[in-house]
Design a protein around this ligand. Structure first.
Ligand code: DGL
Length: 270
């Protein structure tokens, strides 16, 4: 039994779909969400820079929360820094989120698979390695979408259905014209637009994500290592924000508050 919290970490709100999915199935587990807005967007940084940022943030979180597990609910952080963080913090179990390339490759008939992510993720050799490992001759069509990350982070909460639909269309069309019949959402922010992607991609393109897979992975680690919280543990929920400056009254502050409230998490600056 272990009543310490599980941390879900992202540069912003991208990890919330993972956190929400986990909490809905595991309501008794203490959970902390971390939005690292001070360094958003991760996808525009280089690998060394990101490793330093994530090492310092993990150190801070360990000192403050002593988590029993840390979920990198961010593909960019995972492909850039997961092995490095495991080396730096050998006693802290990490779970990473990597683009769901394997199922997409297995499902593709045209043998062309689109991967939509941040610039950092699609440029990382890890994607090519994944494709080589599971690809069997399948070619990858990598597309970086920093403007879509920005849309989700700052504008999604206030956007209407039509704006959300329009935000995904150019990407789906790009994959369609490349002949891809499978597209991997390789950035956690894009999960907010999963329905819009699926609708625009149907019927010829299947869309893949890793939300359920991550929840199952965390559950099996908790069970396997006897780290479930005790039934008497009050569920602890906190939404930490690391900011570059004081909270602004503009869209940045508002959108984070909207999400913390929606999750029923207490919001605090880190
Ligand atoms: N949500 C992050 C990911 O999954 C990245 C967003 C960013 O660029 O900060 O890659």
């Amino acid at each position: 039994m272990d009543n310490r919290p599980i941390v879900f970490l992202d540069s912003g709100i991208g990890g919330l779909p993972y956190c929400r999915n986990f909490v809905s199935r595991n309501p008794g587990e203490p959970v902390v969400y971390v939005a690292d807005r001070a360094y958003f967007p991760y996808g525009e940084r280089d690998r060394e820079d990101l490793r330093g940022i994530l090492r310092d943030l993990t150190g801070l979180l360990r000192a403050r929360e002593d988590p029993k597990m840390l979920i990198l609910a961010c593909n960019t952080a995972t492909v850039s820094a997961l092995p490095f963080l495991r080396e730096q913090f050998p006693r802290l179990p990490f779970v990473g989120t990597v683009p769901a390339v394997k199922p997409a490759v297995l499902g593709s008939k045209t043998r062309r698979v689109g991967v939509l992510g941040t610039r950092r993720t699609v440029d990382d050799p890890y994607i090519a390695e994944l494709a080589a490992r599971y690809g069997g001759g399948c070619s990858i069509v990598p597309v970086a979408a920093p403007e879509l990350v920005d849309f989700v982070e700052y504008r999604y909460a206030g956007a209407g259905a039509e704006q959300r639909r329009r935000a995904v269309l150019p990407y789906v069309e790009r994959f369609r014209s490349s002949g891809a019949d499978a597209v991997v959402l390789g950035c956690t922010h894009f999960l907010f637009l999963l329905e819009e992607f699926r609708e625009a991609a149907a019927p010829d393109i299947a869309v893949y994500d890793s939300v359920d897979g991550i929840t199952r992975r965390v559950e099996s680690l908790l069970d396997g290592e006897g780290r479930r919280a005790g039934t008497g543990a009050a569920a602890f929920r906190r939404f930490y924000v690391r900011r570059a400056g004081p909270p602004s009254p503009g869209p940045e502050g508002d959108s984070l508050r909207v999400w913390a409230d929606e999750m029923g998490f207490e919001m605090e600056n880190l």
